[in-house]
Design a protein around this ligand. Structure first.
Ligand code: ZN
Length: 203
């Protein structure tokens, strides 16, 4: 058995001109490439699916927007947010910024500066590039993002209770962009349904 292997080894050595080790090393490196091939093969069915989906067309909305709307990504509230903005506020074409905790980053700017930077850059982009003149900011009751952040710093709970992050957000936006109309809303839950209350800037 070992003789047979040695014979094979000698033949291989002769064929490769003494570079058997080099080939062997290359050979050893091949299994991962084989796995990639397998993966790409397995990836074919989804590609076929996406190709067939191209046949359907979707309408492109107007780039002219009436407002920028910032609210939480909580899936329980998405229909309520959308219907409130379109049906009650009458805003049909808007830039949505949907992010866990909504404008939370304004209230915790010193504690989570990176979160603030990301959100603020997005708002600035919408205002300057989309010529937004109205900003709607909505926070909501029973926000899991705030719940998760509670342990981060003791002040976060009081920020949520007083809704002060909505006001802080409005103050910062108005400070940097004059002529922008900012409206703040609080989405509360009652008997399994959502209702909205506007927060006055001075209260
Ligand atoms: Zn939330």
């Amino acid at each position: 058995m070992s003789d047979h292997r040695n014979t094979k080894g000698r033949v291989w050595e002769a064929l490769t001109g003494g570079r058997a080790n080099q080939f062997h090393t290359h050979d050893t490196a091949r299994p991962p490439a084989g796995r990639i091939d397998t993966d790409s093969h397995q990836a074919e069915p989804p590609q076929t699916k996406s190709t067939s989906a191209v046949s359907r067309r979707y309408s492109l909305d107007s780039p002219e927007v009436e407002a920028l709307v910032v609210h939480c990504a909580d899936p329980r509230f998405q229909t309520a947010f959308r219907e409130f903005v379109t049906d009650e506020l009458g805003i049909h074409n808007y830039v949505p910024i949907v992010i866990g905790g909504g404008v939370h980053a304004f209230g915790v700017q010193s504690l989570l500066p990176k979160n603030f930077k990301v959100l603020w850059e997005q708002i600035k982009f919408a205002v300057t590039q989309r010529n937004v003149r109205q900003i709607i900011i909505i926070n909501h009751e029973d926000c899991l993002w705030y719940e998760r952040m509670k342990g981060y710093h003791p002040s976060i709970q009081s920020i949520l209770k007083s809704k002060s992050d909505l006001k802080t957000a409005a103050d910062i936006i108005l400070h940097d962009f004059s002529g922008i109309h900012v409206r703040m809303f609080w989405a509360a839950i009652e008997s399994g349904q959502v209702y909205f209350t506007e927060i006055a800037p001075t209260s």
